[in-house]
Design a protein around this ligand. Structure first.
Ligand code: 13P
Length: 251
């Protein structure tokens, strides 16, 4: 992986109303000075107002989803160019909650990754096994499939960054993260899968692999210190300013 500053992504999910989102965004302005790359992903309804708070700061904005078509009769969907218009640079794609509740398939994830890249948005591609898949010894297989199907055949320009977030489905929101060495193993599997898909130089320079799932201020450095790991994707611990600021300091 390329030597860059730690990437810390806050996924606010559907957990904050507009006023809470604005208050939290305002109290995070202070983290600019901490030398990390921070991306805030509010819900669609809060994207634009939060973008106004983050304007002229180094904090970046990301969306939690995207639609794969550029425009048209797709009621309720949001296109890549609309995300760009409101100031997004990143977009989360294929989060396990969308795979579970919205029936998102690897094929849909692939189309969304293409749409994001076409608009020069950085895709944050979420992959992860369920508890049953891990118990069955199929975790590596599932992850290789998810990464391959998301990215196979995609023509990546050397200047297009991509983030792959490993989020074991069974630890999300539990307060109990995976053992860091287990994440380290998975990140190695993901890296090898990327090397099978893309030239080594591209994998080194364009891809970042991050960990997500019950990351908090006390365990964050266990993950950011792992080899092949460029940062973290944070849910619950990003919803409260003091906790998230400590987490960023400790990363
Ligand atoms: P938690 O940090 O709440 O486990 O959520 C992780 C996650 O799903 C981030 O996308």
């Amino acid at each position: 992986m390329s030597q860059q500053k730690s990437l810390i992504i806050a996924n606010w999910k559907m957990k904050l109303g507009l006023n809470q989102a604005l208050d939290l965004a305002k109290s995070l302005k202070a983290v600019e000075a901490l030398g990390k790359e921070i991306v805030i992903c509010p819900s669609f309804a809060s994207l634009f107002p939060v973008s106004q708070v983050l304007k002229n700061t180094e904090l970046k904005l990301g969306a939690q989803d995207i639609f794969w078509e550029a425009s048209g009769a797709y009621t309720g969907e949001v296109s890549a160019s609309e995300l760009r218009d409101v100031g997004c640079q990143f977009v989360i794609i294929g989060h396990s909650e969308r795979r579970k509740y919205l029936s998102e398939t690897d094929e849909i994830v692939h189309k969304k990754v293409k749409a994001a890249l076409a608009a020069d948005l950085v895709p944050i591609i979420c992959v992860g096994e369920t508890f049953d898949q891990r118990q069955a010894g199929a975790a590596d297989y599932v992850l290789i499939q998810q990464v391959t199907k998301a990215l196979e055949g995609i023509d990546l320009r050397p200047d297009q960054p991509v983030v792959v977030a490993y989020e074991p489905v069974w630890v999300i929101g539990t307060g109990q993260a995976i053992d860091p060495p287990q994440a380290g193993h998975v990140h190695q599997v993901i890296r090898q899968t990327l090397i099978d898909l893309f030239p080594l130089e591209l994998v080194k320079n364009s891809f970042r692999i991050i960990y997500g799932g019950s990351v908090d201020r006390s365990n964050v450095s266990d993950f950011t210190n792992l080899e092949n790991t460029s940062g973290v994707l944070v849910g619950n611990a990003s919803l409260e300013a003091a906790e998230f600021i400590d987490l960023i300091k400790n990363a």
